[in-house]
Design a protein around this ligand. Structure first.
Ligand code: MAN
Length: 352
C-alpha cells in the first residue's frame, strides 16, 4: 500500500473551534466533508457543520429540525435500556435511528486555498421540510453551463436520500427536492453533458441482495434521472470491502473521466481510491486502482469524532493540469487539504 497524497503542512485547515455555532444552545462538534468550487476569483468550501448541545454527564442530547424549521432538542438518559449507542454518529432509541449531530452547510472562502474565512452576507444552507429534519450533509458542487448544482445527503426519519439545489450567485437558491430517494447518498454530477445528457454517480444501498455500490444515471435536465447502472462494487477482503461511494465530480482527462472515490472496510476505515470511465460512454469503467491512493495515517486522520477516516467530496484541478488539490474530512471532525499528481493516480489504474 502506498499513500501518494501530499498533505498540506497547515492541516487541519479547519477545526470545530474555528467556526461559531449557528445558534445559541448548540456547539460545533465536527467540521467535515466540504464541497469545493471557484466563484469570483476565490476558492470556496461548502463545509458540513455538525452541531449538538454541549453534552452533560449521563445524557445524550441532539437537535432535530421540525417541519416548520425550528430546533427541537431530544434528551435521552444514557442508561435507558431502549437506547443503543455504539456508534458516535448514530443512535437507535425505541427502534428509531437518529443522528447524534445535526448538520448544515456553511460557505467559506479563501484567496490561497489554505486560509479560509466566512464571508459576510452568504446564507447558511440548512435542512428544510420533512425530508431534511436530521440535516443536510456532504455537499458536492458541480458547475454546469454557468449554474452550480449542489447535491447533498438529506437525512430524516424517512431515510437518507440525495437533495438538489441550484444557484448562480450563492445567495439565491432553487430547490429541486429529492432527486435520488432513500437509501442513497454520495451523488456527484458530471460537469459536462455527454452526448446531450447529464450524468451522475450515486450510491444506493441495499440491506439484502446487493450492497453499497456506485451507480451511474443519466438525465435530460439534471433533475429527473433514469437509465441507472451499477458500475463499481465493493471487493472482498479489500480496503473497499464494505462500501464504496463517489467523491466530487469526475475529472476529464485524455484517458477518460477520472473519479476519486472512498471505500470502507469492515472496521469502518475510510480510504480513497480511483477509477476511470470511458469519455464517450461513462457507464463503461475502464480501470480502477487496486490499493488505496490515500489512507488515514496522521493523528488528525486517525483520531477524532469518528477516527480512521479520510473522505473527500471536493477538489480543484490546478492550472498546470496535473496537480489535483483535494479537500477532505479527517476523522469526521476536521477539514484538511492534500495534493495528488493526476499522472501518478493514472499510473496506478489497473484495467478491469
Ligand atoms: C452515516 C455517516 C454519518 C452520517 C449518516 C447519515 O452514519 O456517514 O456521518 O451522518 O450516515 O448520512
Amino acid at each position: 500500500m502506498k499513500d501518494i497524497a501530499n498533505r498540506f503542512t497547515e492541516n487541519p485547515l479547519l477545526s470545530p473551534a474555528d467556526i461559531p455555532a449557528s445558534r445559541e444552545g448548540l456547539e460545533v462538534t465536527c467540521l467535515l466533508n466540504p464541497g469545493v468550487f471557484q466563484f469570483e476569483n476565490k476558492i470556496w468550501l461548502a463545509v458540513r457543520v455538525a452541531e449538538r448541545p454541549k453534552q452533560i454527564e449521563n445524557i445524550i442530547s441532539f437537535p432535530v429540525l421540525t417541519e416548520a424549521g425550528t430546533i427541537q432538542i431530544i434528551e435521552i438518559l444514557k442508561d435507558d435500556p431502549k437506547l443503543i449507542a455504539t456508534d458516535a454518529r448514530v443512535i437507535n432509541y425505541k427502534g428509531t435511528d437518529y443522528l447524534t449531530t445535526l448538520s448544515h452547510i456553511r460557505l467559506l472562502c479563501s484567496d490561497d486555498g489554505r486560509k479560509f474565512y466566512e464571508p459576510e452576507n452568504y446564507p447558511h444552507l440548512v435542512g428544510e421540510g420533512i425530508l431534511e429534519t436530521f440535516g443536510i450533509e456532504d455537499c458536492r458542487v458541480s458547475l454546469i453551463e454557468g449554474r452550480y448544482y449542489l447535491t447533498f445527503t438529506a437525512v430524516s426519519d424517512n431515510g437518507v436520500g440525495v437533495g438538489l439545489r441550484t444557484t448562480t450567485d450563492w445567495k439565491n437558491f432553487q430547490k429541486h427536492g429529492m432527486i435520488f430517494p432513500a437509501h442513497n447518498k454520495d451523488c456527484a454530477i458530471f460537469e459536462e453533458k455527454i452526448n446531450g445528457l447529464f450524468y451522475a454517480l450515486h450510491r444506493p444501498s441495499s440491506v439484502d441482495i446487493g450492497g453499497n455500490y456506485i451507480w451511474i444515471a443519466s438525465s435530460p435536465d439534471g433533475i429527473h434521472w433514469g437509465n441507472h447502472q451499477c458500475i463499481i462494487k465493493t471487493r472482498k477482503d479489500s480496503w473497499d470491502s464494505k462500501r464504496v461511494g463517489a467523491g466530487a465530480a469526475p475529472i476529464k482527462t485524455e484517458k477518460g473521466w477520472l473519479e476519486i472515490y472512498h471505500g470502507a472496510n469492515e472496521y469502518h476505515q475510510y480510504c480513497l481510491g480511483a477509477f476511470l470511465m470511458d469519455l464517450e460512454n461513462p457507464t463503461k469503467v475502464i480501470s480502477r486502482t487496486e490499493s488505496p491512493i490515500m489512507f488515514p495515517k496522521t493523528n488528525y486522520e486517525l483520531s477524532g469524532f469518528f477516527g480512521n477516516v479520510v473522505f473527500t467530496n471536493g477538489h480543484i484541478l490546478e492550472p498546470d493540469g496535473d496537480t489535483l488539490t483535494i479537500y477532505y474530512g479527517a476523522s469526521d471532525e476536521f477539514v484538511c487539504g492534500a495534493q495528488f499528481s493526476l499522472a501518478a493516480i493514472i499510473s496506478l489504474l489497473k484495467e478491469i
